[in-house]
Design a protein around this ligand. Structure first.
Ligand SMILES: NC(=O)c1ccc[n+]([C@@H]2O[C@H](COP(=O)([O-])OP(=O)(O)OC[C@H]3O[C@@H](n4cnc5c(N)ncnc54)[C@H](O)[C@@H]3O)[C@@H](O)[C@H]2O)c1
Length: 347
């Protein structure tokens, strides 16, 4: 698969699907670019960054906040970055969210592009044009929807990724399989993280398939009025748990998907095998399936989710693998189910 472009309502994205960071300089003049990255990546890839102006943020979800936005914006000014410059986010979801957000508001919007360096970034965070930051424990509550000019996929970056970060990426891959792709679910059930680490072509086609699913959904509903909500499967409870308990995004999504199966069992008609199959799958990809959380505290955060209505929330549930539905559930019902499930921590 070579380069291709997709036009969304808020912009056209050029996908460089088997790209290499080294070739970037022949597409964008390095003297017009500024790279935003985190301190882990800057340390690992310092030689690649030599010819670029860079802004280095601190790694970690706790830095995806307004303080970092302000500091990056100040450094953009000092570096005399203007509307004809190109801001490039090189990193995982934290870096690309920060980059997309700043680029959307700095001087009322300057061009930006992404080079995702985590598996989660390649299959999800860099795609779709949503760029959010946290306000306290409330995840992605401030955000923009604006597409990057390009996304360059260089699988070479995955060589330095830890197994724990590979697991995180698989949480989102499993999410797509659950929502849209029973065949992909089957394929995943036959393999493991180690298999995909070693088999470059299987990994590439898996990444490509996830990118295609996400783009298909975003094209149909960029502003998340209806079908894009489906992509939040596992994220409603997941987002609340992520910041409350300092879990990684993938761990939180994994727990959120299992809890959604528990909720589905008492609110809709769902195949009995779904939860069992998902439990097996997340364990196979080294993701957590059980976590005892404080339901009251978690509900406090869940209530502030972007998908909330007055006294209910649009919850994503599975009737079967590949058959998602959006169900409006009252906070009361969700709380009752979680309290009586084995997810709740009873002090
Ligand atoms: N905008 C969206 O649509 C969207 C979608 C999904 C997730 N997200 C966001 O993405 C974030 C999670 O993304 P993530 O898992 O990529 O997290 P991350 O950016 O925190 O990266 C995870 C860790 O991996 C390190 N790292 C990155 N690339 C590396 C490499 N090549 N080698 C070694 N280490 C490397 C980072 O320094 C960091 O410590 C969350 O904030 C989540 O909310 C956004």
């Amino acid at each position: 698969m070579m380069d291709y472009s997709i036009t969304f309502p808020t912009g056209t994205v050029k996908y460089m699907s088997q790209g290499s960071f080294a070739a970037l300089g022949s597409v964008y003049d390095p003297s017009h670019c500024i790279i935003i990255t985190d301190d882990n990546i800057a340390a690992l890839y310092s030689s690649l960054l030599k010819t670029y102006k860079t802004i280095i943020i601190r790694a970690g979800e706790e830095h995806k906040n307004l303080q970092t936005i302000e500091s990056v914006a100040q450094q953009l000014l000092q570096s005399e970055i203007h509307k004809k410059s190109m801001m490039i986010g090189l990193g995982g979801g934290v870096v690309t969210d920060i980059t997309g957000f700043v680029a959307s508001v700095y001087m009322r919007g300057i061009p930006f592009g992404f080079i995702p360096t985590t598996l989660l970034g390649m299959v999800d965070a860099s795609i779709g044009g949503k760029n959010g930051v946290n306000l306290g424990l409330n995840k992605n509550i401030l955000g923009t929807i604006r597409q990057p000019e390009f996304i360059l996929f260089d699988p070479g970056f995955l060589k330095t990724l830890s197994t724990a970060e590979w697991s995180n990426g698989f949480a989102e891959i499993i999410k797509y399989a659950c929502l849209f792709d029973a065949n992909m679910f089957e394929e995943l059930s036959k393999h493991s993280i180690e298999y995909y680490m070693q088999d470059q072509s299987s990994l590439n086609s898996l990444i490509l398939r996830c990118v295609e699913w996400k783009n298909k959904i975003v094209l149909a509903d960029e502003k998340e009025n209806n079908s894009r909500k489906l992509l939040n499967f596992g994220h409603t409870l997941g987002h609340a748990l992520e910041n409350l308990y300092h879990l990684t995004h993938g761990q939180a999504v994994s727990l959120g998907m299992i809890a959604a199966c528990t909720i589905a069992e008492s609110t809709i008609k769902t195949e009995v095998s779904v939860k069992q199959r998902l439990l097996q799958m997340v364990q196979q990809y080294k993701l957590p399936y059980q976590y005892h959380f404080d339901v009251k505290k978690t509900m406090g955060l869940l209530k502030m989710d972007k998908k909330r209505n007055e006294s209910s929330i649009d919850y994503i549930l599975l009737e079967d693998i590949g058959r998602p539905i959006i169900k409006s559930l009252s906070f009361e019902v969700i709380e009752q189910i979680l309290e009586s499930s084995d997810h709740a921590s009873h002090h």
